[in-house]
Every structure is written in structure tokens, then in C-alpha cells.
Ligand binder design. Sequence first.
Ligand SMILES: C[S@@+](CC[C@H](N)C(=O)[O-])C[C@H]1O[C@@H](n2cnc3c(N)ncnc32)[C@H](O)[C@@H]1O
Length: 258
Amino acid sequence: MRYDTPSLMRWNARAYDSSFGYVSAHGAPLIELLDPQPGESILDLGCGTGVLTADIAARGTRVLGMDGSSSMIEVATLQHPGLDFVVGDGANFRVGEAYDAVFSNAALHWMGRDPDAVIRCVRMALTPGGRFVAEMGGAGNCAALTSAMLTAWREYGLPEPDLPWYFPTPAEYAVRLEHGGFTVRLLEYFDRPTPLDECPGGAADWVRMFAGSLLDGVPPATVEPLLTRVNELAAPALRRESGWMADYVRLRFAAVRA
Ligand SMILES: C[S@@+](CC[C@H](N)C(=O)[O-])C[C@H]1O[C@@H](n2cnc3c(N)ncnc32)[C@H](O)[C@@H]1O
């Protein structure tokens, strides 16, 4: 049976790796922060196509990759046949054993419907003293991109799009973690301008990948001119001589189950 989390988003898992591989490519420092030890058990929440799951497994750990998208899990299973993957909703899952750590890269901001439920599930999945190490979009993430989208949608007389992301401030997320039974050991909030090297269509390509579901409500003949307008509006902030640069802002943390 195919199952997808009831979020707005459908993923094009193959295009994700070929054009948006930078997402997992930026995960190396997060794995260093996780510092996986041989023999540890680690849950990779929102694992996508499993690139980082495999990197963590290569450190001698036992890893389970979990993702809400069945197409991501299909690709992950094909690409990493020796590893375990499962479809699951980050806001509503239980695991059969307690893990030493839960890791998550670029996924928690997709689980904004109920962030406290996500933190609750993560806590229940951990052994006492277990680590929760993650990076997500923080407040202000992709502000120029989303503002270009909102303006273009308005100019075309379309209803304001319901943006599917949750980009908390560091203070807000730290409070959620503490209320959810974690001790925050490290919390970083930083700009990370990110080249869109594999996106010749610039901001429009980004919208197609990360906000594709919002295009479902747009009349087909309007989609291309709308995306062209997004590019025009975003270009002054995001287009450099070397190419497009997305205005990413990240929140990276390591917390311990109290
Ligand atoms: C930008 S991708 C990041 C994938 C991977 N961690 C990486 O670094 O390449 C975000 C992932 O979060 C997953 N996701 C979104 N909402 C989810 C949910 N409620 N539960 C589990 N996974 C979810 C998506 O399916 C997607 O694979």
C-alpha cells in the first residue's frame, strides 16, 4: 500500500537527487555534530533518498531511515539496498526499540503542523540521555524567495499561497525542546547562502521542487508566466554573476533527552 504523510507536499524523488543534491551535501557538518559511534543505533528522520542515512551507516552504526514520502523511501531502498527504510510521519510515529540518537537534516521545517508532536515522538524514540541532532530552516529562511512568490501570486490575482514551511526562531524552538523534555546543548542560527548550481531555471526550479503542490491550484496556462515573474522578482536579491543563490537561514541544534 502506498502511504504519504498528509502534508501538502509530493516529492519528485529523482529530480531531488539530481538537482537538489546540495541539501544532503550540506549535511556533513551535521553528521560531525552527531558524532556517530560504531554500534550505536540511529534514526534518520525525514531521510529523503537516504544519502545521509548511508553516510551515518558507514560509521559503523545501525540506522533506520524514516520519511513521510513513499517515493523518497522507494528511491532510498533502491539506492541503499543494505539499509532499513520505512515510511512514517514525523509527527505520529512509534518505533519498536529505543535509539541512541535521532538525526534530521532539512526535514523538521516540513513538519510544522504540530512541531511539539514531532518533539514528543522523537523523545519517545530515544533512550534516556539519547541525542537529538538536527538542522532545519530557521526564521527568515528563503525570505526573498517566498516574498517573490507571494508578490507574483498576488500580481496574477491568485489566492495567497499557504506556504507549507515552519521556520522558527532559535528562542521558540529552544523553548519547545525544553518543554518537550530535552536539554539543549548547542543551538546555532546562521545565514547559509546556497548556490543553486543545478537549477538553470533559478528560483522557478526551486519553486517547482519545494513548493510544487502550490502550483496545483494555478491554471495550467498561468504556471510558466507566473514562474517567470517569480524569477524577475527574486533576481535582484538572488541572482549573481555566478548564478542563482538561495537565501537559506539555518537552525542547527544538539539536544539530549533529559
Ligand atoms: C528537503 S528533504 C531532506 C531529505 C534528507 N534529510 C536530506 O538531507 O537530503 C525533506 C524530507 O522531509 C520529508 N518529510 C516531510 N514531512 C514529513 C513528515 N511529516 N514526516 C516524515 N518525513 C517528512 C520529505 O518527504 C522529504 O524527504
